[in-house]
Structure formats: structure tokens, C-alpha cells
Design a protein around this ligand. Structure first.
Ligand code: TXA
Ligand code: MG
Length: 325
């Protein structure tokens, strides 16, 4: 059920009172708190089990408010904001006076975005201020793309959950560092590199998956409980069957080129051929494989173009070394 006007009012009241509201955005569900209230922001870190040095994104209702939340906004950042907001783009800028240092993890920069989901925009307008919100999952795990995912993962740690149906984009926003003269991509996401470059007119640097450019990012992130193993597309079926024979409960994400090939594994998911559809369903697939009791997921990365870049990034991070390794 999609949230109605009284739900929005109630949620805005919870934010004003320093509480936590989970809300839908076009990318993933966020866990929101008043970005100007340090105590409320501290509760977000607690609920997620996230280290306090790991900065949050501030969500605004209107690009016009940017000047209150960020300072010295360069012309390139204004151009990107104009072209891609509301939408799945986060701009890292110099912190403005209204942002609590708790929200930025002590940094003098701040990530800001205007989301496009109508429920998110209604909440932000009703609340009237900035809402600091990470994805509404436990630290390191897969982001939620439905209200049920949020409830299953955070339960009572959230004061109110706004339900806006399944998220349209399905992977998080693209984060662009716009503090310097030359913008760079810190995290690929819902706005493609190609679309950004078309607007800017020059190529953008994208970090290698292994580099830790965004403070607090760890190699294993966006990860299901099951271990994730990535192989070449043509080796997915053989690798999955071998692991299953060796006694694993294998979940397999079958690449589109091999759709219909029978696979002897515990759980078999056919990956959509369209990158938009794959991005929308990626986290749901990973959650489903966990729920079905898989201990190993075998997959391959798609071509790193368009939304394929964000999908490949999330799969690589999910396959990264775990803290216990
Ligand atoms: O689509 C999204 O971006 C979702 C929705 C809810 O808006 N939010 C999201 O937030 O993915 P979170 O906290 O899960 O991921 C935000 C990332 C983190 O890796 C954080 O380190 C980075 O943004 N970040 C935030 N502020 C930053 C800053 N000032 N400098 C560098 N990285 C920053
Ligand atoms: Mg997250």
C-alpha cells in the first residue's frame, strides 16, 4: 500500500520529534532523521550498526534549498543538479551551516541529493528541512527495495515506515565528488556515467572497485549472507554445479546469454537481459537467495556500461573479503 497524506504528516512529525522514518526513494529505501539534529542522526548510526565516521546523504525537497546545506557550489555541480535532480544523483560539496557534523561523519563535505520518488518528495516538503538518510539496512548488507525488506531488517529500530511500493531504480544513487575543479565518480549508481559525461562534455574518472575513496567504505558491502563468487558468464553454470556437488547450497544468477540452460543447483534465478530490470531486481534476488537458504551465490558481472557499471560494482563489493576473512 502506498503511503497517504496522513501517513506523510505523521512521518514528518516523527522527524520533527527526533525520530527515525524509513521512506521510499526511487533508488532504495532510506532511514531518515532530521539532518540538523545530532541526537536524531546518532540514532541512525545506532539503528544501522554503522560506524559514526561513515557519512550520510542529506535529502532535500527542492534544489533551491541547496545553498543552505552546501557552500561554494561550483558551476559544474549546479549544472548536474539542474539536469539530474530530482533523481538518483548525489553531489558531494562543501558542508553548509545547517548540516550537523554528526551527519557528515565529521567531514567538512556533505553528500546532497533531491530524490524523485513522490512519497520522498512529499515527506521532505512536509518536513521542510534536510533529511539525513543512509540506505535502510544493517551496515554492510543489501539495501532494501521494498518496505517489507526494511521491516524485516530493522524492525523496531525504526519509528515509522512509509510504504511507497518497490523502488524503480533498485541500486543506490551515483555519487559525484563535485568539491574540486574536476568532478569524479565516487560510487556508480542510478545516473549513468555516460549520461553525466554527455552533460559535462568530458570523461569522468571512476574509481577501481577495490579503491576506498569514499570514507568508511569497506571491500565487502551490499552483501547477502551467502558468499558471492564471480566467474566469467560462460563458466557460471559449470561453477555452480561443481560447488553444488561439493555440498554447497548454491544459488545461481544465470546470465541472459545462458537463459533456459538447465542448472543443477539449489536455487536458480534467470537474470533479466535489460540492465534497468536487472538493477531494479538485483537486491531482491540476493535477498531471495538468502531466504532460500543458499550459502553460496555464483554469478558473473554484466558489461560495465550504462547501469551495468553500478550492477558490476555492487556484485564485486558483495564478493569482496568479509570482515571475518
Ligand atoms: O540512493 C542512495 O544514495 C540512498 C538513498 C536512500 O538516497 N542512500 C544511500 O546512502 O545509499 P548510504 O549511506 O547507504 O550510502 C551513501 C554513501 C556512503 O558510502 C558514504 O560514505 C557516501 O555516500 N558519502 C556520504 N557523504 C559523503 C561525503 N561527504 N564524502 C564522501 N562520501 C560520502
Ligand atoms: Mg548503504
Amino acid at each position: 500500500m502506498t503511503a497517504g497524506t496522513s501517513d506523510i504528516e505523521k512521518a514528518a512529525g516523527v522527524l520533527r520529534a527526533g525520530g527515525l522514518v524509513a521512506f521510499p526513494t526511487e533508488t532504495v529505501y532510506g532511514l531518515g532523521a532530521d539532518a540538523g539534529n545530532s541526537a536524531a542522526v546518532a540514532r541512525v548510526f545506532q539503528a544501522k550498526g554503522r560506524p559514526p565516521s561513515h557519512p550520510l546523504i542529506v535529502h532535500l525537497a527542492d534544489p533551491e534549498h541547496l545553498g543552505e546545506w552546501a557552500e561554494d557550489v561550483p558551476a559544474t555541480a549546479r549544472l548536474l543538479a539542474e539536469r539530474f535532480w530530482p533523481g538518483p544523483l548525489t553531489l558531494v560539496l562543501r558542508r553548509g551551516r545547517r548540516v550537523s557534523l554528526a551527519a557528515t561523519g565529521g567531514l567538512e563535505t556533505v553528500g546532497v541529493r533531491v530524490p524523485s520518488h513522490p512519497v520522498a518528495l512529499a515527506l521532505l516538503s512536509a518536513f521542510g528541512g534536510g533529511v539525513a538518510a543512509p540506505s535502510a539496512n544493517r551496515f554492510g548488507s543489501v539495501s532494501p527495495t521494498t518496505a517489507d525488506h526494511v521491516r524485516a531488517e530493522l524492525g523496531d529500530a525504526v519509528d515509522f515506515v512509509l510504504d511507497g511500493g518497490p523502488c524503480e531504480v533498485g541500486v543506490e544513487s551515483t555519487i559525484v565528488d563535485a568539491t574540486g575543479d574536476t568532478p569524479s565518480i565516487l560510487r556508480p549508481g542510478g545516473v549513468t556515467r555516460e549520461d553525466l559525461e554527455a552533460v559535462l562534455g568530458f570523461p569522468l574518472a571512476v574509481p577501481a572497485t577495490s579503491s576506498v575513496r569514499v570514507p568508511g567504505q569497506h571491500p565487502s558491502h551490499y552483501a547477502p549472507r551467502a558468499r558471492v563468487v564471480l566467474v566469467e558468464p560462460e563458466k557460471v553454470v559449470a561453477e555452480a554445479e561443481l560447488a553444488q556437488e561439493l555440498g554447497h547450497r548454491v544459488g545461481v544468477l544465470v546470465p541472459p546469454a545462458f537463459a533456459g540452460v538447465p542448472v543443477k543447483a539449489h536455487a536458480v534465478v534467470a537474470v533479466p537481459g535489460s540492465m534497468a530490470a536487472y538493477a531494479r531486481r538485483l537486491y531482491g534476488f540476493l535477498r531471495e537467495l538468502d531466504q532460500r537458504g543458499c550459502d553460496l551465490v555464483v554469478a558473473s558481472v554484466p558489461e560495465e556500461r550504462g547501469l551495468g557499471l553500478a550492477i558490476a560494482n555492487r556484485l564485486r563489493r558483495a564478493a569482496g573479503p568479509r570482515p571475518s576473512d
